[in-house]
Design a protein around this ligand. Sequence first.
Ligand code: NAD
Ligand code: ZN
Ligand code: ZN
Length: 389
Amino acid sequence: MEKTSFSINEGKPIRCKAAVCRKAGEALVIEEIQVDPPQAYEVRIKILCTSLCHTDVTFWKIDSGPLARFPRILGHEAVGVVESIGENVEGFKQGDVVLPVFHPQCEECKDCKSSKSNWCARFADEFFSNTRRYGMASRFKDSSGEDIHHFLFVSSFTEYTVVDIAHLVKISHDIPVDKACLLSCGVSTGVGAAWKVADVEEGSTVAIFGLGAVGLAVAEGARLRGAAKIIGIDLNPDKFELGKKFGFTDFVNPTLCGEKKISEVIKEMTGGGVDYSFECVGLASLLSEAFISTRTGSGKTIMLGMGKHAAPISLASFDLLKGRSICGSMFGGLKSKLDIPILVDHYLKKELNLDSFITHELDFEEINKAFDLLEEGRSLRCILWMDKQ
Ligand code: NAD
Ligand code: ZN
Ligand code: ZN
């Protein structure tokens, strides 16, 4: 494709504002940074708005080991507009509205061509680098010329970022950008898990552990699939009120279960266990409970939560032998370039409820308040506007 970019900054570095994470668990610092031009297969995008997912909070807190990288620009749920493109970029041009997605889709490898999974064999196993095709090379520098690390190939807590085309999806201009932003990670992950991974069918019973945006989006996906009973489990009772907008039929507060295990309560509520359970917190102990909450013979558990230390999980082998199954999923089993436009269509047809996920909106400079809101369990998604009109 011929290049049609007319950005005055094309081919040059851009100076802009970013929220830089300098030290694990410490407030992000708004700094002026330099964003280099995109190289081959890369696109530089102007972020319109971004939001905070729990995965950002998890990585923000990691203070040792290979995953602890500072200074770093976190953020991976966002929507932007193409500012300029590098060599060999097909299908994107200046002015396109795009979603960056942390999970890659090269479109060329055996797995990208198969409908079996969304695990891009070419790229998905490697998530330590800064840039997808250039290893530790970074496109960000701070005011003293030091490299700043990328995060999950997106880094959206900045006015401009550089993203590989394997992590970029072009979307319709028709969807409001704040709603589109939700589809960049959390909501797509939850809806996709119910739709693609579990393949929830009409009349089935579902238990969802953890009612953040991911868990509530699983409920939204299960509701769209016609699930008859959707049980939400959370320690925070405020989430039950929020959950009513997403098709939950029942709630369980683990602190009120007395001597009984959550799985026992769920089995009683469903006459033997749910057809599908989803772990949306990132706790190994909760995953075991989710697993034994399912029906013997056919129950299926889907793990979506990401724990800080990738802790081993423990399942009694006989519970597995009884015909239950368990699997995990990144990005809800969705192939971003194929499936995000389908979710956008569902929203535009008023089938998919995205509006209720946005509980707060702030200016980008107030980003540290968004961390507090999510950590304190007061928000689902807080939209951070780069340039609020
Ligand atoms: P969130 O912080 O908004 O929600 C987590 C919820 O879990 C909260 O409502 C909290 O009260 C609840 N919770 C915490 N401990 C609990 C417990 N012991 N029992 C029951 N409920 C408990 O987070 P989110 O943004 O919805 O993300 C949820 C998880 O999904 C995170 O681990 C995140 O890293 C992960 N995630 C995974 C993918 C993926 O591709 N697999 C994508 C996005 C997010
Ligand atoms: Zn996320
Ligand atoms: Zn691939």
